[in-house]
Design a binder for this molecule. Structure first.
Ligand code: CTP
Length: 369
């Protein structure tokens, strides 16, 4: 039995990047031998085990063949006679298909080191096409490694286009697509993820609305800004969706099964943009209308995210209005229902008194500005 470090850990070590997870492949062993050595089996589909001490993943060398469409339908073959090379061959990109022996020797049958040097994301074999998720993974690695000069190899781009033309992307489940989008939003150059998807044609299936007219460059510009601001996922996604019409953003976010916070902020951002654009100075009612719609009184954290998304989404001349909104928020937040209740207001009248007091404070602010 032999053990090799594989995948991302070998790639990142050779690139001089910090190694996060370490995955191992074991050749020449049976599941029974692994269990006898104290490993714990995880996952029913693949022969993968956890090391009793380090808790790192050890997988028995395996080959995979695709049977059906989409992400399902793989037949896994794992036995002591499956070689390391056969296991590496089933992998997505050459830079992910290298191994390191316990003696420190690099095993690189598919030219991973050449592609690291040449800064290329290249598929290992035609088996790449058996898993459409790899299109998104490749786009994500492009987004991560773009600052180091990496790009997708022409032959891999051609293969990805072919996969899109064959309808492979239509069969991806939304959960997996969202997982990749979510991770891509936090990569070094998140815009590159969407550029690669557009270039291979997959964007037309995944977020087709982004392809209309000038939408794409506006969306990527807003996303880059949210990335520079070190924003959270909700804000990044809202910035990306910001050039879309509210109904388009809402429907797409739901179809992607984005988490509620992401769906919500994308809805709010897209629905408030036209109102903010139409806003005129000194209109306390309009300012309060926007603050009410954002429910700033109960959701001040989300309002901060909303402002970050809007800062990235609105053109420069509109930015001043975000300052008006912030000042109005600060002025009106101090209105206390308790004080008004002590003055005898209750029920519907209390609601009106709160609103009038907020309006009064926002108007007073406008007069001093
Ligand atoms: N892999 C693959 N095809 C997939 C998923 C994974 O070929 N659809 C292989 C690649 O060899 C990859 C390894 O399994 O390197 C481990 O996958 P994963 O942990 O998802 O990715 P990493 O390459 O470790 O990247 P990350 O840094 O994003 O964790």
């Amino acid at each position: 039995m032999k053990t090799y470090l594989v995948g991302g850990a070998v790639r990142d070590e050779l690139l001089g990047l910090p190694v996060k997870d370490r995955d191992w492949v074991v050749t020449g062993a049976t599941p029974e031998e692994m269990l006898q050595r104290g490993f714990k089996q995880v996952g029913a589909d693949f022969p993968v085990f956890l090391h009793p001490k380090s808790r790192e993943e050890y997988a028995l060398a395996r080959t995979e063949r695709k049977q059906g469409r989409g992400y399902h339908g793989f037949t896994v073959y794992s036995a002591p006679d499956v070689t390391l090379e056969a296991d590496l061959k089933r992998r997505d990109l050459t830079i992910n298909a290298m191994a390191k022996s316990t003696a420190g020797e690099i095993v690189d049958p598919f030219g991973g080191r050449d592609d690291l040097r040449g800064r290329k994301l290249r598929h290992v074999s035609e088996a790449f096409a058996e898993d459409p998720l790899r299109i998104l993974r490749t786009a994500r690695f492009a987004a991560r490694l773009q600052p180091q000069g990496f790009s997708v190899a022409d032959s891999t781009m051609a293969l990805m286009r072919q996969m899109v033309d064959d309808g492979e992307v239509d069969h991806l489940v939304p959960e997996r697509v969202w997982q990749e989008i979510q991770r891509a939003l936090h990569e070094n150059e998140p815009g590159t993820f969407f550029e690669v998807l557009r270039d291979c044609g997959a964007l037309a299936t995944i977020i087709p609305e982004l392809e209309q007219g000038d939408t794409f460059s506006a969306a990527i510009g807003a996303l880059r800004c949210a990335h520079r601001g070190n924003s959270g996922t909700d804000t990044r996604f809202a910035a990306l969706m910001s050039p879309l019409k509210p109904a388009e953003a809402v429907n797409r976010a739901a179809q992607l099964k984005a988490p509620n916070g992401c769906q919500d902020l994308a809805r709010l951002t897209t629905s408030l943009i036209p109102q903010i654009r139409a806003m005129k100075a000194g209109k306390a009612e309009t300012l309060l209308g926007v603050l009410d719609e954002a429910d700033v009184w109960r959701r001040s954290d989300r309002f901060a995210e909303l402002l970050s998304a809007l800062k990235c989404a609105l053109p420069d001349p509109e930015q001043v209005k975000l300052g008006w909104l912030e000042s109005a928020q600060h002025a009106a937040t101090g209105v206390q229902a308790k004080t008004l209740m002590e003055q005898g207001f209750k029920g519907k009248e209390l609601g009106e008194a709160i609103r009038n007091e907020r309006l009064r404070r926002i108007s007073a602010l406008n007069q001093t500005q």
